[in-house]
Design a protein around this ligand. Structure first.
Ligand SMILES: *Cc1c(COP(=O)(O)O)cnc(C)c1O
Length: 466
């Protein structure tokens, strides 16, 4: 399988190279040259497979010859063996139409573990094979950081530098990053927003001084391998609900458009998805873009769902490229316009292409709290604010009664227990697997929100790639 950049001017790479590269050298994002497609019979034959076997089946076409089937299976067994539920991503029912897909049974309590536990193992395998080192630089609104750090802490050949916006992640989120004291883990709190942090990370990929000395790798969902791993649970849920005979809709709490783009990929592969409902909080650039073609970034407003406090959704570029005719030169020009003015208008082809599968909704603070209260009062389910935004959108969606709607439960409620307590009166306790998180020693540095300060820190503390 070959991967190409959305901006048309970077070399095509195989799966191994694309995993280590992260962002393409032309500033674009990598996508498979074409979508692998399963027949209806092939999808029907996946029913009843274990999560690991399903993951191997769904991911093998993307991995191509970079891993043998046995190698891929071993990595999946390692990654999904760390989940606290035998089903890995169990499905729960609210009522005749509404379902919840629990993606938070991994080590750091958010769905990011599903992809990052695998990605950490892919890095280790590929780097050992090449005898190379990787300097991972990432930006986190909270959950990517802890999941990535858990996935690579103490591994050979990898240093990780994780930027988080100071004071804008929850205590639990911060401690899950800063209490990991492995020498290859470097936490940086910057003055600024997640978008500022993400922009610095993207800039480092294009910084010739840095890339000459370090092989810079990505753990954000700009890394294709992350999205690939997330495609699996769309198949898992839909199969349980009767696919391929029955069509299923998904409501996805969205920030960087990674998780919901994985649903789009599942649909391209032949999974019969009725609708993908993009759920945002009041930082609603994606809702505006899908509703009326207006993709313009405002300023970020902090909410109870900080992992979605994002105005620039990196992976949206992948969708616009794919539905807009896969024209790299045109995409590069459109994105240059966006980067200059922080605003762009979708083309008609992009709007129509997106509208065929996606709809969107936004939830404000009251709607988010009401969705948490509804789940608790009616079904005894305690859900986190991100999940609640998805559930709000799922219940507001206008879908035929026979179409099941699966809300992706992206975080464990204990990760955001202050917001959960305000909405439900209940304070969820942290599961045993996180241990004595609130007592452990923390380690992180605080840096001003400038690229120069961050680059200098990374240069000083990373091991050169030799
Ligand atoms: C990262 C995250 C999201 C948003 O996912 P994207 O892939 O960025 O759209 C939603 N909820 C939680 C809990 C998250 O950690």
């Amino acid at each position: 399988m070959e991967y190409i950049s959305t901006r048309g001017a970077a070399p095509a790479l195989d799966f191994e190279a694309v995993t280590l590269a992260g962002l393409a050298s032309d500033g674009g994002l990598y996508l498979p040259r074409e979508w692998p497609r399963f027949s209806e019979a092939e999808i029907a034959a996946m029913a009843g497979l274990s999560y690991v076997e399903l993951a191997v089946r769904v991911m093998q076409p993307f991995v191509g010859s970079s891993l043998s089937e046995a190698e891929l299976r071993e990595l999946c067994e390692g990654a999904y063996g760390r989940f606290a539920h035998a089903a890995v991503t169990p499905l729960r029912q609210f009522d005749q139409q509404q379902w919840l897909l629990e993606l938070f049974h991994g080590p750091t309590l958010a769905f990011k573990d599903v992809a990052l536990q695998l990605l950490g193992r892919l890095f280790e395998t590929f780097l050992a094979r090449r005898d190379q080192r990787l300097t991972i630089v990432g930006a986190t609104s909270g959950d990517t950081g802890s999941a990535a750090i858990d996935a690579v802490a103490g591994r050979d050949n990898v240093d990780i530098f994780m930027l988080h916006p100071r004071g804008r992640v929850s205590d639990v989120q911060r401690r899950q990053m800063t209490t990991v004291l492995a020498p290859n883990v470097h936490n940086i709190a910057i003055d600024g927003s997640f978008d500022d942090a993400q922009a610095m990370v993207k800039r480092m990929f294009g910084d010739k001084d840095m890339t000459a000395r370090f092989r810079i790798g990505a753990v954000n969902s700009i890394n294709w391998a992350r999205l690939m791993a997330q495609v699996v649970y769309y198949f898992a849920a839909a199969l349980q609900l009767g696919a391929p005979e029955r069509r299923v809709a998904f409501a996805v709490p969205t920030g960087n458009f990674g998780d919901v783009f994985a649903g789009y990929v599942a649909a391209q592969m032949g999974l019969p998805i009725e609708r993908l409902i993009v759920a945002t909080n009041i930082n609603d650039i994606l809702h505006r873009a899908l509703a009326n073609g207006d993709y313009s970034a405002g300023t970020v407003t902090p909410t109870a769902a900080p992992s979605m406090d994002i105005q620039v959704s990196s992976n949206f570029e992948r969708l616009l490229f794919d539905v807009g005719g896969r024209d790299g030169a045109a995409m590069a020009q459109q994105m240059r316009g966006f980067e200059a003015s922080k605003a762009m208008q979708l083309t008609n082809a992009q709007r129509e292409g997106a509208a065929s599968l996606f709809s969107s909704a936004r939830a404000d603070a009251n709607e988010t709290a009401r969705a948490m209260a509804w789940a608790h009062e009616h079904y005894g389910e305690v859900i986190d604010p991100h999940t609640a935004i998805g559930l709000h959108a799922a219940r507001a969606a206008d879908l035929p009664a026979h179409v099941p709607v699966v809300t992706l439960a992206t975080a464990h409620p204990a990760k955001f227990r202050d917001a959960v307590e305000r909405a439900t009166g209940l304070r969820p306790s942290l599961p045993n697997r996180v241990g004595n998180l609130m007592e452990r020693e923390e380690r992180f540095v605080e840096l001003p929100g400038t690229y120069e300060a961050v680059a200098a820190y990374v240069a000083e503390h990373a091991t050169p790639s030799a």
